[in-house]
Design a protein around this ligand. Structure first.
Ligand code: 7PM
Length: 277
């Protein structure tokens, strides 16, 4: 057993867990109606929980390259009603995918159990805000900003640079009182990386784990899968599962995915095989 508390619940991170992706950006709904989007989001969350997700990751900022930046108020308006509705109805861990201090604090007040920040708490006030929530944090590596990250990303050694960056962010967390036991590391697949960089990071998933942290991987349906297999976006499931299976075998324990059931079943088998005595 290796229990990590996530607000009002805990997870045994000796076992694999699926984090289901719940996008609440306007482009993820057919029309912009507020009730319609809340209802759609709740249904989607319920479906992912039925399929075995341990965590629902709610994000209101599109980190797509070139996406328009959202204001704090827009992000709060998108994310807060969804987190509140899920926590009122369903006993599940909600993660908030945000870099915005006010959203971290607001989400925690509604019962969110994890802060998932693709900017690793680099925004002004984010370290202190996250520390004040007392919640665990996922620190992700990104090279550059969402606007620029895919312009010729370049590293001397991508693994060394990602490891050094994340160790630096762990130190920044320690300075504000965030305990190491509350930190999850993520190499940031697709965030300022070529296909080769992404493959090298996945090949070295165990390096992050060996630093003494739980590892989260988010590669579901990403461009790297299509590039490696030459497939359109709607056919990236099998490749995503293969890459996540590899990351599991190298120590990752949380998998951020769109397609929950296939991953839950794949990981259940991998974990059974690992544990059989
Ligand atoms: C456009 C570009 C839309 C990128 C969505 C994305 C991760 C994450 C995202 C990840 C963690 C996506 C990404 N990716 N959080 N949030 N790790 N911790 O493809 O890899 O889902 S957003």
């Amino acid at each position: 057993m290796s229990l990590m508390p996530f607000g009002d619940k805990s997870l045994d991170l000796s076992l694999p867990h699926v984090m289901g992706i719940l996008n609440v950006t306007p482009d993820s709904f057919s029309d912009g109606g507020a009730f319609d989007s809340l209802d759609t989001a709740l249904r989607q969350a319920e479906k992912m929980i039925c399929e075995g997700a341990s965590i629902i990751d709610v994000g209101g900022e599109s980190t797509r390259p070139g996406a328009a930046p959202v204001t704090v108020q827009q992000e709060l308006d998108r994310v807060m009603p969804v987190i509140e509705a899920i926590k009122q109805r369903i006993d599940v861990i909600v993660s908030v995918d945000t870099s915005t201090p006010d959203v971290m604090v607001g989400a925690a007040s509604l019962g969110a159990g994890l802060i998932n920040d693709v900017r690793a708490l680099e925004r002004d006030g984010a370290l202190v805000a996250a520390a004040n929530t007392g919640l665990p944090v996922c620190l992700m590596h990104m090279k550059g900003s969402p606007q620029t990250m895919q312009n010729q990303p370049d590293y001397v050694s991508v693994v060394d640079e990602v490891v050094d960056y994340l160790i630096g962010r762990v130190a920044a967390c320690r300075n504000v009182g965030i305990d190491q036991s509350r930190i999850i590391l993520d190499p940031g697949i697709g965030f300022g990386k070529t296909l080769s960089h992404n493959l090298l990071l996945l090949q070295n998933t165990h390096v992050l784990k060996q630093l003494g942290f739980e590892v989260l991987i988010g590669l579901s349906r990403k461009t790297m899968i299509a590039e490696a297999l030459n497939l359109p976006v709607e056919e990236r499931l099998f490749g995503s599962m293969g890459a996540n299976a590899s990351a599991f075998s190298k120590g990752a324990r949380i998998f951020r995915v769109h397609d929950v059931r296939p991953h839950v079943e794949m990981l259940a088998l991998m974990s059974r095989i690992e544990r059989e005595s």
